[in-house]
Design a binder for this molecule. Structure first.
Ligand code: HEM
Ligand SMILES: *[C@@H]1O[C@H](CO)[C@@H](O)[C@H](O)[C@H]1NC(C)=O
Ligand SMILES: *[C@@H]1O[C@H](CO)[C@@H](O)[C@H](O)[C@H]1NC(C)=O
Ligand SMILES: *[C@@H]1O[C@H](CO)[C@@H](O)[C@H](O)[C@H]1NC(C)=O
Length: 326
């Protein structure tokens, strides 16, 4: 009797990877062999028109995944009976790239109709965007399905890190998903490309925490220039400033050097230097750029596996902006 139970136990142990469906590196090899080529072309075209789009596609993927998993929910438009995520605080007037995903989806549907999820397209597009920006490349397991629901504002506030919140909160938003402190440091390196609006860091320039003074952890010459780019008036709120002005289009490790020089735009980024553990990781990525390239790919794969829907748990949307209706 005990032997039989043991046997059943071992069979289940060895068969479990087979019976529980998983993402697969070869998922579309037979059904959409040109997928990577199509996505790369679409991202290349988008970046050729607007270099910032590389950063925007990476952020779109992050905001999709960190809120209730990678399920393409961020792509869904509002309707009279459905409220999506893209017009909620944290995403509205900030996340961009939806048209690029639509265009790629159109080309993918032409080549392989109803085969590739919008979520996998977003995932692939951010990998291609990093690669085309001079960054690393990594293998991606595929087979994510698209969700049919969206988070509400409270779900977004609870899961999406804010540039204004305490570092401990940001850490717990990552660790509650199974992402580590190291993943946080590595993925924050995504801020080596792209831009922030003045509204994301203006509170540091004039009256930090009600002190009447600027944030003391901000470099003083950067402070002077930021005050002139982002004057203390509401009409400067949407002005864009590069996270990594030395190379805002190149995916390299220089974002970490800005932190070392007290030049992080976001309070939440500069906070990486205020903690010994994360600061020593930052120092490592400055010293050994290869470690950053290698670790970034690994952490991106982890992030892109958060809460994925497989098999019948989701659908292959026809239009990335709307759930299918049958
Ligand atoms: C750790 C907590 C994080 C916070 C608090 C944060 C916050 C922000 C903020 C405030 C902006 C500027 C948005 C705007 O002004 O409209 C931004 C932009 C950006 N974020 Fe993050 N972020 C975080 C993590 C990440 C991660 C993990 C990634 C990707 C791996 C990422 C990628 C980007 C990119 C690429 C941009 C520039 C987008 C563009 O130029 O369109 N961020 N982030
Ligand atoms: C893949 O793309 C190549 C080059 O554009 C084309 O010749 C080929 O027919 C495509 N294959 C499939 C299966 O769509
Ligand atoms: C090119 O980029 C601009 C924004 O910089 C955008 O308004 C326009 O729609 C883009 N054009 C194409 C063809 O993607
Ligand atoms: C962090 O590093 C500083 C300076 O190297 C040191 O004085 C402090 O004791 C360290 N704190 C912890 C908690 O290790």
């Amino acid at each position: 009797m005990e032997h039989k139970l043991l046997l059943v136990f071992f069979c289940l142990l060895f068969l479990s990877p087979l019976v529980s469906p998983q993402l697969d590196y070869k998922y579309y090899d037979a059904t959409c062999p040109n997928l990577t080529r199509i996505v790369r072309y679409g991202v290349w075209m988008a970046i050729a028109n607007d270099t910032r789009m590389a950063a925007s596609l990476l952020r779109l993927h992050f905001h999709d995944c960190i809120v209730d998993g990678c399920d393409g929910s961020l792509l869904l438009d509002d309707t009279s009976t459905f409220k999506g995520e893209k017009n909620l605080l944290g995403n509205k007037d900030s996340v961009r790239g939806y048209e690029v995903i639509d265009k790629i989806k159109f080309d993918v549907e032409k080549a392989c109709p109803s085969t590739v999820s919008c979520t996998d397209i977003v995932t692939l597009a951010s990998r291609e965007a990093i690669y085309l920006s001079g960054g690393p490349y990594w293998a991606l397991p595929l087979g994510r399905k698209d969700g049919t629901t969206a988070s509400d504002q409270n779900g977004i506030l609870a899961q999406l890190p804010s540039p204004f919140e305490a570092f401990e909160n940001i850490i717990s938003k990552f660790t509650s998903k199974g992402l580590t402190l190291k993943d946080l440091v590595v993925l924050s390196g995504g801020h080596t490309i792209g831009f922030a609006q003045c509204s994301a860091f203006k509170h540091r320039l004039f009256n930090f925490d009600g002190s009447g003074n600027p944030d003391p952890s901000l470099d003083s010459s950067l402070l002077t220039s930021l005050k002139s780019v982002c004057p203390n008036q509401a009409d400067s709120d949407t002005t864009l400033v590069a996270f990594d002005p030395a190379s805002s289009r190149k995916f390299d490790n220089s974002f970490y050097k800005t932190l070392l020089n007290n030049g992080g735009l976001l309070q939440s980024d500069q906070a990486l230097m205020g903690d010994n553990t994360t600061a020593s990781m930052v120092m490592d990525y400055i010293k050994y750029p290869y470690w950053f390239s290698r670790d970034f790919g690994a952490s991106m794969v982890k992030m892109s596996n958060l809460g994925v829907l497989i098999e019948q748990k989701g659908e292959i949307r026809k239009n990335c902006r709307a759930v299918n209706h049958y």
